[in-house]
Each structure stands twice: as C-alpha cells, then as structure tokens.
Design a protein around this ligand. Structure first.
Ligand code: NAD
Length: 459
C-alpha cells in the first residue's frame, strides 16, 4: 500500500499528543496569547491584504468579520479555560456510598480541521482556538479558493508552532482525501452538506468523531406586525456583508403579502444608502470569490428571468470583476434554482404568504436550516414559529449576530450540521468527557460481590 503523504505529520503529532495534552492552563493560555498577538499585531495588515486579494473584501469588513471574532473567541476562552479544565464534580447516589465522582474534559488527541473559503481566517482559526484550549494537536486544511489567506495562515502557524503540534497543509480535494484516510481522533469540518457527507463517510472507517458545520437555505420571515425599516436595514446588511457568501446569511424572505411593497421600498432605500446607486463603485462591497461561483450566481439570475420572475432590485453583473449587483427577485416559480439551492451570493428571493402556517409549512418542507430569522412585534406569533419549526439558531428582529455571542452554541441540525462551535461548546467538541468514580471506603459496595447469599438477596 502507498504510504500516505501526510503520515509523517500525523505520526509526529500522535507521538506528541500526551505532551501537548498534559499542558497546564497557563501553557495553553500562552499559546492562545501568541496566536492573538500574531493576528492582532504582527500579521494584521497581511491578513487584510490577503483577504482583499482573494475577494476584494473591504479592510473594515475583514476586521469585523474575520479578525475581531477570533480575538473575541480567544478572550472568552482565556476567561473560562481554568474552570473548564478543572474536575467537574457530580453527586454520587446513596447506593454507591463511600465513593466520589467527577468527570474531566480530556483532549481527543490528533485532530483535523477542514475549512471553507468564505471566512477563511475565522473558520480555520476559530476551531483551532477550541482545539488548542482543549489540549489537542491539529492539522489544518484551509480552502484552496483563498490562496492568499491560506499562505498568511500557513506563515502564522509555522512561526508559532512546531509541526508535531499544529501544522497547516494546503491543497485541493485530493489533499483532503489523503488526510481523511488517516485515523484522526476528531475531525472538525466546515463546508457544504455534500462534502460533509464525504467527510462523515471517511470518518466512519475509523469511528472518528466529527463536528460538521454545514450550510443550506436560511429563511427569514417578516410578518405583518414587523418594523419594516428595521427589518430592511438589518436584512440588507446580513445579506450583502461578505457579498452574501455567509453560511448564516438570510437566504430568502417569506413576507406577509400585505407588507411586501412597503418592505421593498424600505429595502431599496437602505441598499442605496449602503452601496450607492452603483455598487460596483462602492468601497464597502466585496466580490464573488471565483469565476465558478460567479457563473453559478449569474445562472441563477438568468434562470429567474427565463421563468419571468420580477427583478425588484439590481440584477446586473460584471464578468471581468466577478461583480453581482445587490439583487432582489420576487414572483419566482417554485422550481427555479434560486428557491432550491443555497444561494451563497448577493441575491435575495422574496416570497409572500397570507397565513403564517403557510410560511411554516414552506420552511418545514425543506431541509432543517442552519439559521431561521423572524421579524415581528407579535410575541405569540414569534413563539408559534419557534415551536413549529426546527433550526440550528434563530435571531428575532435581527440576523447573523448570533454568531458573535460566544455563550451561544453555534451549529446546525441534521443537513445543516452535527455538533456545535464556539466557547465551551467548541471546547467540548474537541474533548472527551472522561468519567471517574473513586471508591474511598470499604463497606456497602462489597454487598454487590458474589457469592449471592440468601442474606444479600434479602437486603
Ligand atoms: P466545500 O464543502 O466545497 O469545501 C469545504 C472544504 O472541503 C474545503 O477545504 C475543500 O477543499 C474541501 N473539500 C471539497 N471537496 C472535498 C471532497 N470531495 N472531499 C474532501 N474535502 C473536500 O464548501 P465551500 O464552498 O468552501 O463553502 C461553502 C459551504 O460551506 C456552504 O454550504 C456554506 O453554507 C458552508 N459553510 C458553513 C458554515 C458553518 O459554520 N455552518 C460556515 C461557512 C460555510
């Protein structure tokens, strides 16, 4: 059999796993501080330049959506890690009298982190923070679609860590495939549901545990009581930040028919105020990551036009620039690609409903979403939607911001993911909860042992 090209890194990390795993709280904090300093100071401008080179993302947007979330995650982990690493005492039932019980979070061992391109730094280093906090070694495989950012991340990792602790390898599908053959102790994958299935299948060969942070269509409901101006300002930001290439972006809007026109009017005003009348000239508007994804989105617009849908806003593209205008489309027939596939770009389909149950049925007929958003002033109706739908997360009267609260678990359900990221939840994904029961005394416990005398049976 051919030797796996990454076997030597894997073996070196495996040999080192107890040294890394037995590090103290202070050592792990020192590693996180070093990572923080690299991101915040030494490599900050390199990161901004690289992400701009990859898809023209404005520096401020990179700070807000790539750099600050990682710094925030590190800060949060630093404040909590000591208690997470300690013994987690639990009570012991009377029947086990004389014993005490606890569990600890022990490192899983050698981990693999596979990341997508859409937030290349955030979604590679975010899981890494959890992996380091939990005392693991890790191999990182960022996306091949953001080569500039992958190069900077590789430089950071090579500067801060020996290869037998953290290593970053670059490459396309065949690199992932080779890595997936190795018997990792945990795989943390962020990407599409299709590739998530490939990862889970490969993991099953070694019974490797997985965290799958996947995608799909995240619906937004706007009911007849919603504040439409607020909804417009928040949805326009949530949809067009990162040029719509966000896993928890509002994918499509389901709006009560009575308020559709007023919402659209407000939405157009907001988009104009954010990006001007010509978004291609805006310094606040990113681009689509590559030609393939540009073509995919262009086809969506063409497909909608062929089906005589209404282009409410935008619809123009510039091939040379991978530029797609902020676009809103209504009156889409159900079999159009925009209503079937995850959009992952700056196109917002809008559909009307007359009764809230229709919106709920529409959502429930599709895969469970990663996020579901609800704009309403009606608490009862909001709760009704929460009770009768399923989703990885929900924001009420806003969107996307659930990602920024480290106290909330972040992840999907079934087709949108397995397992959770951020804070304690990320730490838990990279840990095994190891139970310990310690017997302190002789006595009652011995009544369990043979021989099973008449006396013992009568007890
Ligand atoms: P992708 O699934 O195509 O690729 C993700 C990673 O897997 C990349 O590193 C890629 O090289 C690798 N890969 C691709 N094909 C592979 C294969 N056959 N075998 C093994 N590895 C393979 O996803 P993408 O296009 O980079 O990202 C977009 C998707 O990610 C969207 O569906 C989006 O919703 C989802 N996403 C989810 C989250 C989340 O946190 N839940 C965050 C960002 C993106």
């Amino acid at each position: 059999m051919m030797t796996n090209r990454f076997q030597h890194i894997f073996d070196a990390q495996k040999a080192n796993q107890f040294t890394v795993g037995n590090t103290t709280y202070k050592t792990r904090i020192a590693k996180l501080n070093a990572l923080k300093h690299a991101i915040e100071v030494d490599f900050k401008q390199d990161i901004r330049d690289a992400i701009y080179a990859d898809f023209k993302k404005p520096f401020l947007e990179t700070d807000l959506t790539e750099i600050y979330p990682i710094l925030g995650e590190i800060k949060h982990v630093k404040s909590e890690l000591k208690s997470w690493m300690g013994r987690q005492k639990v009570s012991t039932p009377m029947s086990l009298i004389g014993a005490s019980s606890w569990f600890t979070y022990e490192p899983k061992g050698v981990c693999l982190i596979i990341a997508p391109w859409n937030f290349p730094l955030n979604l590679t280093f975010g899981p890494l923070v959890s992996a380091i906090a939990a005392g693991n070694t890790a191999i990182l495989k960022p996306s091949e679609l953001t080569p500039h950012t992958s190069k900077v991340m590789g430089d950071i990792i090579a500067k801060l860590f020996p290869e037998n602790e953290i290593a970053l390898v670059q490459g396309e599908v065949e690199v992932s495939t080779a890595l997936l053959e190795l018997p990792f102790n945990h795989i943390f994958f962020t990407g599409s549901p299709q590739v998530g299935k490939v990862v889970m299948k490969a993991a099953s060969k070694h019974l490797t545990s997985v965290t799958l942070e996947l995608g799909g269509k995240s619906p937004t409901i706007i009911d007849e009581t919603a504040n439409l101006k607020d909804a417009a300002t928040r949805i326009a930001w949530g949809k067009f930040v990162n040029n719509g290439q966000t896993c928890i972006a509002p994918d499509y809007v389901l709006i009560h028919e009575r308020v559709k026109d007023e919402f659209l009017k407000a939405f157009k005003t907001v988009v104009n105020s954010y990006y001007g009348t010509d978004a291609s000239q805006s310094k606040s508007y990113s681009r689509i990551v590559n030609d393939r994804h540009f073509k995919r989105l262009q086809d969506h617009i063409e497909n909608a036009k062929e089906h005589h849908a209404t282009i409410e806003l935008g619809g123009q593209v510039q091939v040379s620039e991978n530029f797609i205008e902020p676009t809103v489309i209504s009156n889409l027939p159900e079999d159009t690609s925009l209503l079937e596939d995850e959009i992952f770009g700056p196109i917002l389909p809008i559909k009307t409903y007359t009764h809230i149950q229709e919106a709920i049925d529409y959502i429930n007929a599709k895969e469970k979403p990663l996020a579901l958003y609800m704009y309403s002033k009606n608490k009862k109706q909001t709760q009704f939607v929460l009770n009768n739908t399923r989703a990885g997360s929900t924001c009420i009267n806003t969107n996307v911001l659930q990602y920024s609260n480290h106290n909330l678990p972040f992840g999907g359900s079934n087709n949108s993911g397995i397992g959770k990221a951020h804070g304690i939840f990320g730490f838990q994904e990279f840990s095994n909860m190891r139970s310990v029961l310690k017997q302190h005394t002789r006595g009652a416990i011995e009544l369990l042992f043979p021989p099973y005398t008449d006396f013992k049976q009568k007890l």
